[in-house]
Write a protein that binds this ligand. Structure first.
Ligand code: GDP
Ligand code: MG
Length: 371
């Protein structure tokens, strides 16, 4: 049996096995085995095919991958938001490569990547989809673009990304594993985590653990446990825009809202736009800013005053003085003594802070460094 057939056989068995306490352990092992075989298949495929022609250099303060089916208006939107010239066509598949563009907003440079439509089987490596998905994985945010007439495509897009190990709008599972020299596999859980200890052990054994302490601190599914043990899952935030809103009547919108809710989306969080008429674009930019968790930090430079023109822009998870030092480059890092902060994050003007201080939007920051 080839690897592909083995994968299909396991998938079939999982589908046919009812999930309950007595089968949980078995399903756990099957899912662990399945994930491993998929990795193996992927390694084989990437080893043979050349591909990889989609490498795009990441520049700017943050990168957004624009994801959507052909003809939903990705190129039109990219052209409307950025300095890029992306081909717009009446028919499908005009976007055959990745088109980068730079969006300037509130002093930030946000790189937008128009990636080709995710077509059927993209996650299986057919149709050049794999390269597309690898671009998405390196982004800081996924922006789904849907046509107002086909919002259901959202499900398919998310499935494609899930199959390519992109986990959206969720944090990595709170699981830690420490290898030991003896004692077998010991499981520590905080309360009921939704899985039997034996299931957790079975999954770990499948990954070759013999002696290990595993700690699970939150409720988990088997899939999430498998994710926690793999180091190649990409956790990204996402946002949704619905395009071609100029083509519908107000009463049609209610139906769209209903369909969005069926997809698990809150219509209030979805941005309705018209790329051709350039409507809703300010709301969209604001949404990107929020979802990326961007903040502006104005640098107070000795002898030159505060630079309000070109702020240092920091994204979610990188809001500390230390992160600012990283971004400033040069020798600031070694020469750093302390910083002074004025603004929302400071208790008072010119507060003296250390590297760990969390900055806020529109703070003024002065680095005091040794000569
Ligand atoms: N009416 C309307 N047409 C749009 C809008 N956005 C894109 N289009 C049209 O939809 C077609 C496909 O657009 P394109 O940007 O090439 O889609 P892509 O394949 O996702 O890059 C073109 O004819 C566009 O002019 C919109 O907001 N309203
Ligand atoms: Mg296009």
């Amino acid at each position: 049996m080839g690897l592909k057939e083995e994968i299909e056989a396991i998938e079939e068995e999982i589908a046919e096995t009812p999930y309950n306490k007595s089968t949980e352990h078995h399903i756990g092992r099957l899912k662990a085995k399945l994930a491993e075989k998929k990795e193996k298949l992927e390694r084989q495929q990437s080893g043979s095919g050349g591909g990889g022609g989609y490498a795009v250099e990441k520049t700017g303060d943050a990168t957004v991958a624009l994801v959507g089916f052909p003809s939903v208006g990705k190129s039109t939107l990219l052209n409307a938001l950025t300095n890029a010239e992306s081909e717009v066509g009446e028919y499908e598949f005009t976007t055959l490569n990745v088109h980068p563009g730079m969006l300037k907003y509130r002093g930030a440079n946000i790189q937008l990547l128009d990636v080709p439509g995710l077509i059927s089987g993209a996650a299986d490596g057919r149709g050049g989809g794999r390269e597309v998905l690898s671009v998405v994985r390196t982004a800081d945010l996924v922006l789904f673009l849907l046509s107002v007439f086909e919002v259901e495509q959202y499900d398919r897009l998310r499935e494609e990304l899930y199959a390519n190990k992109v986990r959206l709008d969720t944090r990595p599972p709170n699981v830690s594993v420490a290898k030991r020299h003896k004692g077998g596999i010991r499981v520590t859980t905080s309360g009921d985590v939704g899985l039997e200890d034996e299931t957790i052990k079975g999954v770990l054994r499948e990954y070759g653990y013999v002696n290990a302490d595993v700690t699970v601190r939150e409720e988990l599914t088997i899939d999430e446990l498998v994710d926690a043990l793999m180091d190649n899952r990409e956790y990204l935030p996402s946002a949704v825009a619905v395009n071609k809103a100029d083509l519908i009547e107000p009463d049609y919108k209610e139906g769209v809202d209903g369909r969005l809710r069926d997809l698990g989306l809150d219509p209030e969080e979805v941005v309705f736009i018209s790329a051709t008429e350039e409507r809703g674009l300010d709301s969209l930019k604001q949404k990107l800013w929020d979802r990326l968790g961007l903040i502006r930090v104005y640098m107070d430079k000795p002898g030159r005053g505060v630079d309000y023109e070109e702020p240092l822009v920091l994204r979610e998870g990188y809001h500390t003085v230390d992160d600012a030092l990283d971004r400033l480059g040069g020798s600031f890092d070694e020469r750093f003594k302390f910083a002074r902060v004025t603004g929302a994050s400071a208790k008072h003007d010119e507060q003296q802070v250390g590297r760990d201080h969390e900055l806020a939007d529109e703070d003024v920051l002065r680095i005091v460094a040794r000569k």
